[in-house]
Write a protein that binds this ligand. Structure first.
Ligand SMILES: C[S@@+](CC[C@H](N)C(=O)[O-])C[C@H]1O[C@@H](n2cnc3c(N)ncnc32)[C@H](O)[C@@H]1O
Length: 243
């Protein structure tokens, strides 16, 4: 994958990615008891890009844990998807497929156990979460990338003492965006956590959003979270969610 040389030495420029993937695997091992014990594990890596994470996770479950795995990586980049498909073939990773396309259009009839995403750009992380929720995935683990949307639409006089400073405005929007995402997952029946991925000195894109499905969307807890989401969104943007 271009991460290490033939002796297994990780290239200098790939050290950060290598650490991110290993940490992601550690965090996956923490939630293994939330996945079905038997049968084929169904996993999606949405916005998989060059798919370092997909290959590592597939290896972890199928080779190390000896599980049957069906895993799908989806990305908009045709050439990268071609490369990943060829690599999976060469490795004999029969249960690992790659699909070229927009994640918003990707569908599967099979129940999905785990949805992963590493650094899906800007609002692509929101599309990942929406898709994972629509699949009713057992577990969702997503590390967002840069955020811009809320910065564009923030309209909250009460927070202007922070947002008048452009650097603080971005930090405020980053935190609020991720908090809204977690609330969205809660409103859809998930228990949530925000977890540090790796040392923040290495990348500012360092938060992993985790959701573990526990309830239905109609449960009182989910409905309460949906109300809190609406209040928070409207407070931040000055826009009504009812329209
Ligand atoms: C920063 S890269 C991260 C790739 C990979 N997950 C990694 O960590 O190396 C973001 C990827 O998201 C993909 N992407 C963005 N929006 C997408 C969409 N709507 N559908 C599918 N892929 C998308 C881009 O093509 C790009 O490969």
């Amino acid at each position: 994958m271009g991460v290490s040389d033939k002796n297994g030495r990780v290239y200098d420029k790939k050290q950060a990615k290598f650490r991110q993937i290993n940490r992601f695997l550690e965090l996956i091992s923490d939630i293994e008891d939330k996945l079905p014990e038997n049968g084929t594990l169904r996993i999606c890596d949405l916005c998989c890009g060059k798919s370092y994470l997909s290959f590592a996770v597939y290896h972890y479950f199928s080779v190390i844990k000896k599980r049957s795995v069906k895993m799908t990586g989806v990305d908009l980049k045709e050439d990268v998807i071609g490369y990943c498909s060829e690599t999976a073939d060469k490795l004999g990773f029969d249960g690992l497929e790659f699909i070229w396309g927009d994640i918003g259009l990707y569908e599967t009839d099979e129940p999905v156990n785990l949805v992963l995403s590493l650094h899906a750009c800007d609002t692509a992380t929101d599309r990942v979460l929406e898709k994972a929720v629509s699949f009713r995935a057992d577990v969702i683990m997503s590390t967002p990338c840069c955020h811009h949307e809320l910065n564009r639409i923030l309209k909250c006089p009460e927070l202007s003492f922070i947002s008048e400073y452009s650097m603080l405005r971005q930090k405020l929007c980053d935190a609020a965006t991720d908090a809204l995402r977690l609330k969205y997952l809660e409103a859809n029946g998930y228990d949530t956590a925000a977890i540090e991925l790796i040392d923040p000195d290495q990348t500012p894109k360092n938060i992993l959003l985790r959701g573990v499905r526990r309830r239905t969307k109609d449960s009182p807890e989910s409905q309460k979270a949906a109300g809190e989401y609406k209040i928070a969104y409207e407070f931040l943007t000055g826009k009504s969610l009812d329209n």
